[in-house]
Design a protein around this ligand. Structure first.
Ligand SMILES: Cc1cc2nc3c(=O)[nH]c(=O)nc-3n(C[C@H](O)[C@H](O)[C@H](O)COP(=O)(O)OP(=O)(O)OC[C@H]3O[C@@H](n4cnc5c(N)ncnc54)[C@H](O)[C@@H]3O)c2cc1C
Length: 484
């Protein structure tokens, strides 16, 4: 089984010019922002497209966790809300499928109890959690100068933990408030250097250095040279400045029934109208609101628009007037998340293991995720699709064999988020300079247009938790905006 390649057409496929006369449009933004503050706006709510012709209060573009949260919260406050989702399903970068008798998540999967937004949602809707088999691993596997070493988790921790604590040492000083990443204001050069630079500067023995490169690679889902050191430190702050608590939040708990179980309950609790398979091509603001044009040319009006698409896809929507150049250039620059994730079903069983490789290996991490009676499901992550073709079962089998040489892989499954035009990447970690230089601007509403998403969250940015945080925050902003 391989990734889904039956993707709907992309806005760019229509050959629509995305360039604008920026000066003229920036002037128009100014006019709209001043008009938005005027109290008489509500006299001219745009002609609507709801069944009764009354118009939408808000159109939410994107039906991932951020968009669903924003739409649910707004609709439960009595506003008329429409979700326009490009794909034929909700969930965005979370995607639960059936494989080897499990509800398997090909995208976002694990949540943690230091993640307040998603944890409260799963408790509110009564969605249980299940623990990864690797939590009780009887074997740790790591690499020392190319040689595969096996031992206990405690032996592995003796090598890895002091190195990781060294790497994360500046986190408490520079990110004292995990949900206010810019609180400190002064960060020295921490956001200018990469995680790889920081690791090289630690002067550690090669075995520890390589473990850190690989950990930075899985966290940024790209080589350690791509991500900002400061952005990596943020994760440690969010993990309560404790390495193993961070790990618990990254990989311990899955939602029973998969992420679909949660997003379906959130969507069912919402009164928002949902249109699937409806990519948005254009958002045009007026004094009273905005007109959203779908790829099929349908025009829909609302008083406010929530753009809850991945950062990497933002520049594919045409905005009139144009949104800020910072937003567009960060979208085109893309966050670092561009690696691979793959599951493999084994024939027979191996010791339940947790494997920490090097960032140059096809899979920089691999472990037993499900320990079934007669087989296992292994999960692996790699820093780059260049290192592993996840659609090639034999390549996948040999990648897992680097950890368990005698493993027999029966079949594997993955999803290529990097070629999907509605994600153009995996989870978000920032490149050097983006956190201190652009986050505030990425979050800033422009006129009647608001921005949400895991990729611009304050707390667990790049996670389901961050998507829900951002969606809830923007729902509050839109509520105030509409109520003016
Ligand atoms: C492989 C992988 C593993 C991950 N692992 C974890 C994990 O274990 N734990 C965790 O918490 N997080 C994880 N994440 C990250 C997490 O899944 C995301 O951060 C989060 O789900 C993003 O939510 P979102 O709503 O901000 O964006 P998305 O889920 O990307 O939703 C955006 C939506 O916008 C839609 N869209 C895009 N363009 C348009 C358009 N023009 N018109 C209309 N709709 C459009 C998309 O189709 C999509 O549905 C992982 C992600 C991946 C890919």
């Amino acid at each position: 089984m391989s990734g889904n390649r039956d993707l709907p057409p992309h806005p760019d496929d229509q050959g629509r010019p995305l360039d604008h006369n920026r000066r003229r449009l920036l002037q128009a933004v100014g006019a709209i922002v001043s008009a938005a503050a005027a109290p008489s706006l509500h006299a001219s709510i745009p002609a609507g497209n709801t069944a009764d012709g009354g118009g939408y209060d808000a159109i939410v573009i994107g039906g991932g966790f951020a968009g669903i949260t924003a739409a649910r919260d707004l609709s439960l406050r009595g506003f008329r809300v429409l979700i326009l989702e490009a794909r034929p399903r909700l969930g965005g970068r979370t995607f639960t499928t059936r494989f080897a008798n499990h509800d398997l998540d090909l995208g976002g999967t694990w949540i943690g109890n230091s993640q307040p937004f998603v944890w409260s949602e799963r408790m509110r809707y009564g969605v249980d959690v299940v623990e990864s088999a690797a939590v009780a691993a009887s074997q740790a596997i790591w690499m020392d100068d190319g040689e595969r070493i096996t031992g206990s988790l405690a032996q592995y921790a003796e090598i890895y933990e002091p190195a990781a604590n060294h790497f994360y040492a500046p986190a408490r000083e520079f990110i004292p408030r995990a949900y206010q990443p810019l609180f400190k204001e002064e960060f020295g050069n921490l956001d200018q250097i990469s995680a790889a630079d920081a690791i090289a500067n630690l002067g550690l023995p090669a075995v520890q250095r390589d473990l850190l490169y690989s950990f930075a690679a899985i966290n940024g889902h790209s080589f350690a040279s791509e991500s900002s050191y400061l952005d990596q430190l943020r994760w440690f702050a969010l993990g309560n400045y404790h390495l193993w608590n961070l790990w618990d939040n990254l990989s311990r708990y899955r939602l029973a029934g998969g992420t679909k179980a949660l997003i379906d309950r959130m969507a069912a609790d919402s009164n928002a109208e949902v249109r699937l398979g409806t990519p948005v091509a254009h958002v045009k603001q007026s004094a009273a609101g905005a007109t959203v044009t779908t790829l099929r040319g349908e025009e829909l009006q609302a008083r406010a628009v929530v753009v809850a698409v991945p950062l990497n896809c933002l520049a594919d929507i045409e905005f009139s007037p144009a949104i800020s150049e910072v937003k567009l250039s960060e979208s085109r620059r893309r966050h670092t998340g561009s690696g691979t994730k793959v599951y493999a079903k084994t024939a027979g069983k191996q010791p339940v293991f947790m494997g920490h490789g090097t960032q140059q290996m096809p899979l920089c991490f691999a472990w037993t995720e499900y320990d079934d009676p007669d087989s296992q499901l292994l999960c692996g992550f790699g820093a780059s699709p260049e290192l592993l073709d996840v659609n090639d079962d034999r390549a996948v089998a040999s990648a897992f064999a680097r950890y368990q040489p005698s493993v027999t892989v029966e079949e594997s499954v993955s999803y290529d988020w990097n070629i999907d035009p509605y994600s153009k990447g995996t989870w978000c970690m920032y490149r050097p300079g983006t956190l201190t230089g652009s986050l505030t601007e990425l979050q800033r509403p422009e006129g009647h247009v608001f921005f949400a998403g895991a990729d611009i969250a304050n707390g667990w940015r790049g996670f389901i938790d961050g998507a829900i945080e951002s969606g809830a925050t923007v729902a509050q902003q839109v509520t105030q905006h509409i109520a003016i």
